[in-house]
Design a protein around this ligand. Structure first.
Ligand code: URA
Ligand code: CA
Length: 442
């Protein structure tokens, strides 16, 4: 087999065989196929597209490029949730304990942030001592003991995806449906959960900007998961403004704790309840969405979900003092306010740009090697649809560097669009796809 022939075949619009896909993924991962040929193939796939069978084969080949987690040592139906990347998306920290409090094992492998989106592992590290590196045995032991563990993804989980993603990122071949679907699903399927819930973001701050593409991506990932014997559901949710009010690591941890204590932002809590409902159904806990919702609300209102979060922090060596008193979490020493210059409504908040402003402050990585500043970030006092009087506080920047705070303030102020007339509130959830089919939310 020759890589040249594979590139040519795809260029001519033909479907690649399973053997050809395996040959390419295997050869590329081993370093035997050079980046220039892989880049050419990626661009050809971008234009010629892949069919369902090719996409499933590509996913399987990427899974087989590394370790596959065996979670059979965990009692119960293990479920997992994955978001396709958002700004201020703190759901894992809330949803995990909520669902674990219902007795459903949450064995969560999470990533770090890259670019304008944050990562759960970075966020958790703003709690002193919180450790996300553990052996597979420790991971399984912790899940069995308290019902939840959150670990950093091992470097050998779908290594083909890691290498391919790095190449896609610099060759303008990220936003192809088959390439995204196989990338996300290879990691999820390799991490071993039986039930997988996908939170597919749509809108300005998401990879998929249109609802049509987002639904198609969701369906494609579900089909891949089903082809590999897993139960997969998806929720298509809004990323036209950041989720909740906090963007930045320790600020988001505080926001998660507030939400678990019943004092969180409405949109964040609502999304966690919706995701939790689907997870309870996926795990076979109940078939009734209403019942699932009620149970989850009770777990929060009764304090059990927060208690589970405390158990998680204790189990992974983190500081309980900081959980109980979030003022002790790291916080930027400078506060800079964005004020409203007239009486007006907030029409839009560009999520991606807010993420980039947080990145300027040091909340995320400019490169893989950057060290992040856990205490910096942005707090949004106003969200889309809100009215602000002249001089009223719109957002606060938390910074540790005055220069950066000025740059970020400039960036942040250009994230907003205003209107003198009332604006329609944005929808949070556009649709749910599960075993009962596709349900559009009106
Ligand atoms: N997230 C991934 O893991 N892969 C993609 O291709 C896009 C988003
Ligand atoms: Ca948030």
């Amino acid at each position: 087999m020759r890589m040249y022939d594979i590139i040519l075949k795809k260029r001519q619009g033909q479907a690649l065989t399973t053997e050809e896909i395996n040959y390419f993924v295997d050869g590329f991962t081993k370093g035997e196929i050079p980046d220039y040929q892989t880049s050419a193939l990626l661009m050809t796939i971008f234009f010629s597209k892949m069919n369902h069978r090719e996409t499933v084969d590509l996913t399987k080949a990427m899974i087989n490029s590394g370790d596959v987690m065996n979670l059979s040592g965990i009692k119960g139906v293990v479920v997992d949730k994955h978001s396709t990347g958002g700004v201020g998306d703190t759901t894992t920290l809330i949803l995990g304990p909520m669902v674990a409090a219902c007795g459903i094992p949450m064995a969560k492998m999470s990533g770090r942030g890259l670019g304008h989106t944050g990562g759960t592992i970075d966020k958790l590290e703003s709690i002193n001592g919180f450790n996300t590196q553990m052996t597979k045995e420790e991971f399984i032991y912790k899940v069995n003991k308290i019902g939840i563990a959150i670990a950093g993804q091992t470097s050998n989980l779908a290594p083909a995806d890691k290498q391919l993603y790095a190449l896609r990122d610099v060759t303008a071949t990220v936003d192809n449906l088959s390439l995204i679907a196989s990338s996300v699903m290879s990691k999820k399927l390799a991490s071993g959960a039986q039930g997988i819930l996908l939170d597919v973001k749509t809108g300005h701050g998401a990879f998929m900007k249109t609802q049509e593409d987002s639904f198609e991506l969701a369906q494609m990932m579900i089909d891949i998961g089903n082809a590999m014997g897993r139960n997969v559901s998806a929720i298509i949710t809004d990323m036209n403004q950041p989720l909740g009010r906090a963007v930045g690591n320790s600020l988001e941890v505080k926001e998660a704790i507030d939400t678990l204590r019943g004092n969180g932002p409405e949109d964040l809590y609502k999304l966690c309840l919706a995701l939790g409902t689907e997870l309870l159904i996926l795990a076979g806990y109940t078939n009734s969405p209403d019942k699932a919702l009620q149970i989850l609300q009770k777990k929060v209102e009764g304090g059990e979900a927060f208690e589970k979060f405390r158990d998680l922090v204790k189990s992974q060596g983190g500081s309980i003092e900081q959980v109980d008193n979030t003022e002790l979490l790291p916080q930027g020493k400078y506060k800079v306010n964005l004020l409203s210059d007239k009486n007006q409504y907030i029409k839009s908040i560009k999520a991606e740009e807010v993420g980039l402003a947080a990145l300027t402050l040091g909340a995320g990585r400019q490169t893989k090697e950057s060290k992040i500043d856990l205490g910096v970030g942005i707090y949004l006092h106003k969200k889309v649809g809100d009215f602000t009087n002249k001089g009223e506080l719109i957002a606060t920047i938390y910074a540790n560097d005055e220069e950066k705070s000025k740059l970020a303030l400039n960036q942040l102020s250009s994230c907003y669009e205003y209107s003198l007339k009332p604006v329609e509130e944005k929808k949070l959830i556009y649709g749910i796809i599960n075993k009962d089919g596709t349900q559009l939310i009106k």
